[in-house]
Design a protein around this ligand. Sequence first.
Ligand code: PLP
Length: 334
Amino acid sequence: MTQSSFVSFDAIEATRQRIEPLIRRTPVEQSTSLSELLGVPVYLKLEHQQVTGSFKVRGATNAIACLSDAQKSAGVVGVSTGNHGRGLAYAAKAAGVRCIICMSELVPQVKVDGIKAHGAEVRIIGRSQDEAQREVDKLVVDEGMTMLPPFDHAEIIAGQGTLGLELNEQVPDMATVLVQLSGGGLISGVAAAIKAHNPDVRIIGVSMERGAAMHESLAAGRPVEVEELATLADSLGGGIGLDNRYTFAMTQTLVDEVILLTEAEIAAGIRHIYWQERQIVEGAGAVGVGAMLAGKLHEPAGPVVSLLSGGNIDMQQHKRIVDGEDVDVTGAGH
Ligand SMILES: *Cc1c(COP(=O)(O)O)cnc(C)c1O
């Protein structure tokens, strides 16, 4: 059994100075339409405007900065098809550290190109995420490279938490915060940063109904596996790890409620953010707004902050969604 641990406010504060020169302090804007809908001020944190298009670069930059010189010269490696891969590639390049991202043959070329564009070596191995993971394990053993995981890692959680420090300053009287929830690195860091500042702020996690691993694990009282299903919020897919060390315990302690969305509610979030807020976000980025539009946030105390966590979406898919076409990613045929 692994021992669970917490990431402290002090660790997040120390991280901020370390990564500040390499990341953006993203803006916060009040949403007129959502403030009207909820009857309290609603603010959007525009983190999809972060370098690499998501917050993942915060944690990756911190984790790389904390490596020893020997570890830096051996390089870093990870498995990712999406935002973690981009963040890691960017952060490694900025630090002059070699980076290899492993992925399976099934990953679409656009995603491979997205990661290569940030300067990483991409290694295409086998036909599953597990086979790609075995290649990572091999690189760790044979070449002494350091594996950086997407969420269950103290320095990565502390990096994501710097977003919470920014919110403490940008919306000091916030009462409710909606945060995307997948592996829980983001919400653990953000909740630790915000609750140290004001323990009364309500932190609400938002996931999709299809494959909400952390939600199922919270219900079971321990990390459990769930079937991975296709979803518009593809950046929220995947498990939390049965040997989870940090994010399960932190989420269990710091998160007040979890809301789950249907695919149609996620699409409605993307549409609203485009037509009303004039921002382009991916499915995962839209779930907080989707929750408000669906009426799933009951009489929230205001001000409310909703995080737009990422913007990496296929633009053809985005166009179909904002044009109101029925977008089926579920394979269910309706
Ligand atoms: C990774 C990611 C999330 C979820 O973060 P976790 O730390 O896994 O909970 C949310 N939104 C976007 C855009 C992401 O890339």
